[in-house]
Write a protein that binds this ligand. Sequence first.
Ligand code: FAD
Length: 349
Amino acid sequence: MQDPTPATAGTLVVEHDVPLRQHNTFGLPATARRLVRIATEADVRRVLAHPELGRAPKFVLGGGSNVILTRDMPELVLKVEVRGRRLVAERPDAYIVEAGAGECWHEVVAWTLDQGWPGLENLALIPGTVGAAPVQNIGAYGLELADRFESLDTVDLVTGRTVTLNRAQCRFGYRDSLFKGALAGKSVITRVRLRLPRPWQPVLGYLDLERKMAETGQHAPDARTIFDWVCAIRRAKLPDPAEIGNVGSFFKNPLVSAEQCRDIITRDPHVVHYPMPDGQFKLAAGWLIDACGWKGKAIGHAGVYDRQALVLVNRGGATGSEVVTLARAIQESVYGRFGIRLEPEPVIV
Ligand SMILES: Cc1cc2nc3c(=O)[nH]c(=O)nc-3n(C[C@H](O)[C@H](O)[C@H](O)COP(=O)(O)OP(=O)(O)OC[C@H]3O[C@@H](n4cnc5c(N)ncnc54)[C@H](O)[C@@H]3O)c2cc1C
C-alpha cells in the first residue's frame, strides 16, 4: 500500500510501500519499502546527508525496462527523474547534446532528429531512460551507445561528489560498462552527453536494414527514413511492453572462439553466427534457444515469446521467481546441447 501522506525529510519526499508493477516493463509484482525521486544532483546529496537514508542500501531505478524484480525491495529506491535536453556545442566534427538521466531515451532520439542533429536513428525505440543507456551500453541495428558517447556526470553514492567520466573511463563493452562492474550500485548517472558526428554517415550494415533497402529500392536513405525503418522493424519483431510484459532480449549473444564455432557448425550447420573483429564469433542466442525447442513454451506464467525466442514474456500474473526458473531451464538446455552458458542481459534483483 502506498502511504497517502508521504513523510518528508528536509525537502526530500519519501514515498512508502510503493508498488513497482507499473515501474518495470515485465510487470512484475514488488514493493519498494521507501522510494525517493531524484530530480537533481542536489537530491542525491540530500539523501546522503539524511541520518537514516544516507546509510540505507540503495537501488537506482530508471524506467525498469532492464530489471527482473524477484522480491520486495528493502533498499531505498532512487527513481531517477533528472530532466533537460540541450545542445552543448556545435563543433565542426560533431554536435554535442546533453540530456538529463530521467529523459526518455526514444524521445531524445526523436528530438535530436527533429533538431537536424542525426546520428542516433539506429537506436530508436529502445525503452528506458537516458541515464540507463550507458549502464549496459545499449545497442541495436549495428550501433552502440559507445559509438555516440561523449561523457556523463555521475554522483557517488558514498561521497556525494559529482564526477564526469569520458568514454574510455566508462569501459564500454558488449552490453557492458563500468556501471555493471566496479561502479555497480555505487553511483547515480545524472546527465549524459552524446556526440553526433558531422558529416552524418548512415549505419546500414545490419541485415534487417539491408533488406529494407532492397524492398524499397532506397539505397541512400536519410536519417529520418532509417529511424522509421528501425521503428517499423522493432514493432514487428518485439512485443510492446504496454501490452505484453518483457525486457527485450533476455540473454546476451554469446561469444565463442573460431574453433568452438566450427565445432557447433559441424553439428548444426544452420547456427546463426557473425564474425567479430577480434577473431571470435557471436552466436545468435535466440537461434540457440529456438533450436532447443523453447519458442512459445512457458513455466508458470512466464513464457518464451512465440515470434522471437530471445524474448521472455509475462503471460499475465508472472512472478520474478517464475521468470528466473524459466531462464535457468533455458540456460541448462542450451548448455546441455551446445556447451554454451547464456548470460542474462537484464539485472536480476
Ligand atoms: C521491448 C524492449 C526492447 C529492448 N531493446 C533493447 C535493445 O535493442 N538494445 C538494448 O541495449 N537494450 C534493449 N532493451 C533493454 C532496455 O531498454 C535498456 O537496457 C535500457 O537502457 C534500460 O533503461 P531503464 O531506464 O529502463 O533502466 P532500468 O531497467 O531502470 O535499470 C537498468 C539498470 O541500470 C541501472 N540504472 C538505471 N538508471 C541509472 C542511473 N541513472 N544511474 C545509474 N544506474 C542506473 C539500474 O540500477 C539497473 O541496474 C529493451 C527492453 C525492452 C523492454
